[in-house]
Design a protein around this ligand. Structure first.
Ligand code: UD1
Ligand code: CA
Length: 454
């Protein structure tokens, strides 16, 4: 069967106290709504509908890349009314699966069980809570069959004591659902068209209702405020760390690790505390990452050592390289095997050849650096003339003395040596010593000024 997933996302989310629609707030750097979307994509045959409303243009704009059918709910008249907006675009023979755009951690396993439980009837996802306040309660008969759902605001005192609650997620055949939604009224405490009322109709129509319990409370938790968002973020991060540990990564402290994207990793990788990985990160075998590293979209080879406090973005690092502490690798940095980059060194849009070392306080941008080059402390490529960027080329085995400025475009030949303090404005020939330095003088009869006595 085709599964028509309808993600309800028209609610305003007042309690976020935000100018942004709630479903665009991010968990692990992906919007709440996109989390739900990605999970829904896990069904082999599915079409996805998103019901948007308040601030909806912002939602559509931000998530325009999703392969979905956008449905507008101009006024938020309730969950039943929201679902009704999507039904015209859904074929009669589909199974409709209702999800919430603000419940980001729902798992595909649970949803598969829910669709399975629905069969030809209605599947209802419930959960038992210590504190059910605010939720719709699941009312069962003495045989344990679900009879209906009652919203808290409409519940009697006995019903309020029920701890099994409605998660809001359900599955039902489209053909029957259409007839049920047409019969919905809004004669209740909130004057809304409650989707939950279809349960009682199913029972009356002789359509089977099968409840499925969620595997964990966290997967059915919604985000209503920023505190709940933080709770779900931490839970999600710990789950990711746990899975990565089972896959062979050592964490010095899994509670102090954040992955906001995807990680592909070799064996015996060790990750110290407060490491943040973003985008797509690939780590080879035996990579070690020191504390406080931020790494985004990088490919890091076997046996690379990243020491404390490095910031790395869009870089490829060859096997056995050593980076940091305090190194910054900016976009389009390509380091070959065995390269050493040290403290307070910034590299941007540069290739650095095998075995080369840039160990202290340097800026290398728009450069082509050969193999076994040694770049002394405080060396800078002057790559920008105020209008355009220019390239610096340094040949294999060159030795760049400390505090050199390479005024690009400029080339240093293979095996060349530059004296300390050189301002290189013209090419340096290979194999020779080149330096620019004012002659040193000593002033014999100079005296330090002294303060005149009053
Ligand atoms: C709903 C359920 C309740 C359940 C709870 C779980 C109903 C009547 N009640 O209550 O049984 O325990 O969820 O969290 O369904 N939405 C729209 N358009 C609307 C109204 C809501 O798209 O007109 C969306 C919201 O964006 C949200 C979801 O539907 O994602 C649930 O809406 P919300 O107002 O939070 O429902 P509750 O009153 O909490
Ligand atoms: Ca809610």
């Amino acid at each position: 069967v085709t599964i028509s997933v309808v993600i309800l996302a028209a609610g305003q989310g007042k309690r976020m106290r935000s100018s942004r629609p709630k479903v665009l707030h991010r968990l692990a750097d992906c919007s709440l709504l996109e989390h739900v979307y990605r999970t829904a994509r896990g069904f082999a045959q599915s079409q996805i509908h998103i019901v948007y409303g308040h601030g909806g243009d912002a939602v559509r704009e931000a998530l325009g890349h999703l392969d979905v059918h956008w449905v507008e709910q101009p006024m938020q008249l309730g969950t039943g009314h929201a679902l009704m907006q999507a039904l015209p675009g859904i074929p009669d023979d589909a199974t409709v699966l209702v999800l919430y755009g603000d419940v980001p951690l729902i798992s595909l396993e649970t949803l598969t069980a829910l669709v399975g439980a629905a069969g030809e009837g209605v599947g209802l996802l419930t959960v038992e809570l210590e504190d059910p306040a605010g939720y719709g309660r699941i009312v069962r008969d003495t045989l344990g069959n679900v009879r209906r759902i009652v919203e808290e605001k409409d519940a009697t005192r006995d019903e309020i004591a029920i701890r099994e609650v409605n998660t809001g997620m359900m599955a039902a055949p489209a053909r029957w659902l259409r007839t049920a939604l047409e019969r919905l009224g809004n004669n209740n405490a909130q004057g809304e068209y409650y989707l939950t009322d279809v349960i009682e109709m199913a029972v009356a129509d002789g359509v089977a209702v099968n409840a499925v319990r969620a595997q964990s409370v966290m997967e059915v938790m919604g985000v209503n405020d920023r505190a709940q968002l933080a709770t779900l973020e931490r839970h999600y991060q710990l789950e990711q760390a746990r899975a990565l540990m089972l896959a062979g990564i050592t964490f010095r402290d899994p509670a102090r690790f954040d992955l906001r994207g995807s990680l592909q990793s070799g064996q015996d990788v060790v990750i110290d505390v407060n490491v943040v990985l973003e985008g797509a990160v690939k780590l080879g075998h035996r990579v070690s990452i020191g504390p406080n590293a931020v790494i985004r979209d990088a490919e890091i080879g076997d046996d690379v050592e990243i020491l404390a406090n490095c910031v790395i973005e869009d870089a490829v690092i060859g096997a056995g390289a050593r980076i940091g502490p305090y190194s910054r690798l900016r976009p389009q940095t390509r380091l070959a095997a065995g390269v050493h980059i040290g403290n307070f060194v910034e590299i941007k849009k540069s290739n650095v050849g095998e075995g080369s070392k840039i160990n202290h306080l340097s800026y290398v941008g728009d450069a082509e650096v050969g193999r076994n080059v040694n770049i002394g402390a405080g060396t800078i490529t002057c790559n920008y003339d105020g209008a355009s960027k220019h390239r610096t080329t340094i040949g294999d085995d060159a030795f760049i003395g400390s505090d050199t400025q390479l005024v690009a475009p400029v080339t240093v030949g293979a095996g060349a040596t530059l004296g300390a303090g050189t301002t290189l404005a013209q090419d340096a020939p290979p194999g020779k010593l080149t330096l620019s330095r004012a002659p040193q003088v000593t002033v014999e009869r100079w005296q330090r000024p002294t303060k005149k006595p009053k």
